[in-house]
Design a protein around this ligand. Structure first.
Ligand SMILES: CC(C)(COP(=O)(O)OP(=O)(O)OC[C@H]1O[C@@H](n2cnc3c(N)ncnc32)[C@H](O)[C@@H]1OP(=O)(O)O)[C@@H](O)C(=O)NCCC(=O)NCCS
Length: 157
């Protein structure tokens, strides 16, 4: 697996990957629209294929993960992408890395906590605001769980 930054050469492939896996290039996080065609990122390449992607933004002393996907689960791709984001954030003099996930994403809630992220903030019914901007967000999320809230995890650097 080779890990490389998102760059002008792979940007189109990265955008196509995001569209395929998130069905949108506009994420709603904390009621704000994030243009996923512009975010920074790190790609895990398996030969010519994208096997994993983490995207992030950096503002001031905060690095925020805006998406994380692994197409070959359980072999360390997700963890490797997280390690690389933490390295990047440290290099950019950030003091923390945050990531928001939704209450239905039990896999992510497990994954981030086991990698040193602490549950730091909770936004009750945050998805009501997201749905005003994007009515197509479903009412039911993963595993049949009602999709309602945002949970923010934080890693202190
Ligand atoms: C969450 C997600 C990114 C994890 O990616 P992943 O590539 O499976 O992550 P890893 O392989 O590093 O870790 C998963 C498990 O495999 C284990 N693992 C890691 N390396 C391994 C290896 N070399 N061999 C076997 N197992 C391994 C890990 O221990 C981990 O188990 P644990 O959580 O009990 O510690 C992935 O499940 C995913 O894409 N989910 C859908 C999208 C999503 O919800 N994203 C997060 C919200 S932004």
């Amino acid at each position: 697996m080779e890990y490389i930054s998102v760059n002008p050469q792979n940007r189109a492939a990265v955008t196509a990957f995001i569209s395929e896996h998130w069905l949108t290039t506009e994420m709603i996080i904390r009621g704000n629209v994030v243009d996923m065609t512009q975010v920074d990122g790190i790609v895990g390449m398996d030969g010519e294929e994208i096997a994993g992607l983490v995207t992030y933004t950096i503002e001031g002393d905060t690095c925020e993960i805006t998406s994380l996907n692994s197409l070959k689960e359980g072999v360390g791709i997700g963890s490797s992408l997280i390690v690389r984001v933490l390295e990047t954030a440290r290099r950019e003099h950030c003091r923390r890395v945050i990531v928001v996930t939704t209450n239905d994403n039990i896999g992510a809630i497990r994954f981030y906590q086991k990698r040193g992220f602490d549950m730091a903030r909770f936004s009750h019914n945050a998805l009501d605001i997201s749905r005003r901007l994007k009515p197509e967000i479903p009412l039911i999320g993963e595993d049949g769980i009602p999709l309602r809230h945002e949970i923010e995890f934080e890693y202190s650097l």
